[in-house]
Design a protein around this ligand. Sequence first.
Ligand code: MG
Length: 202
Amino acid sequence: MKIICIGRNYGAHAKELGNEVPDKPVIFCKPDTALLKHNEPFYIPDFSKDIHHEIEVVVKIDKMGKSIAPQFAHKYYSEFTLGVDFTARDLQSELKSKGLPWELAKAFDHSAVVGDFLKIDGTDLNNYEFTLLKNNAVVQQGNTKDMLFNIDAIISFVSHYFTLKTGDLIFTGTPAGVGAVSIGDCLIGKSGHVEFFNFEVK
Ligand code: MG
C-alpha cells in the first residue's frame, strides 16, 4: 500500500507557513513504514527539534482505479478516519530553502498516524468538522468544507498520475494551527463525540 498526502489544502494553513495558495493539489508520498496505528505512542526522532502535528482527514481506497473522473471518485472509498501527518518542520524548512524534496521531513518512520476507520455511510465528508486536542486543549480545528480541493477532486487528480489500489491511504491536508509536540504530550483526534485516536508522544 502507499500513503499519498496533500499539502497546503487549506488556505489558512498555507498562509501560516508563508506558502502561496496552490492552484493544483500539492502531492507527496510516505512509505508503508510511516504508518502508526492502534494508539501506539509516537517517539520523537533524534534528527529533529521541531516535530509538528498536522491533523488530517484520511480516506482509505477500496477499489483499484486509474484516471478516475471526479463524479465517480466516491465509488473508490467507503471508510475514513482522522490521522496525523507528523512533520519535522526544521528539516522541511531546510529542504524547502534548498529546493530539495521533503521526504526526510515527512516520510520518516511512524510519521503517518491513523485512527480507527469508520464507514462513511451518510457522513458528509465535504462538510465535516474535526479537532485535535493536545493535553486536552484544542490546538487545531478544521472543517473539510474549507479544503481547496475536496476528496473527490484529490482522487481524480492523484489517480491521473498514480494507479490507486485497495488499501492505499490519502491524507487530505491540515487546517491552520499546526505546532510542535513534546515528550509527554497526549494527542486526541475527534469529531463531535467520536474519538478516532488518542496516543502519547514519547
Ligand atoms: Mg499535512
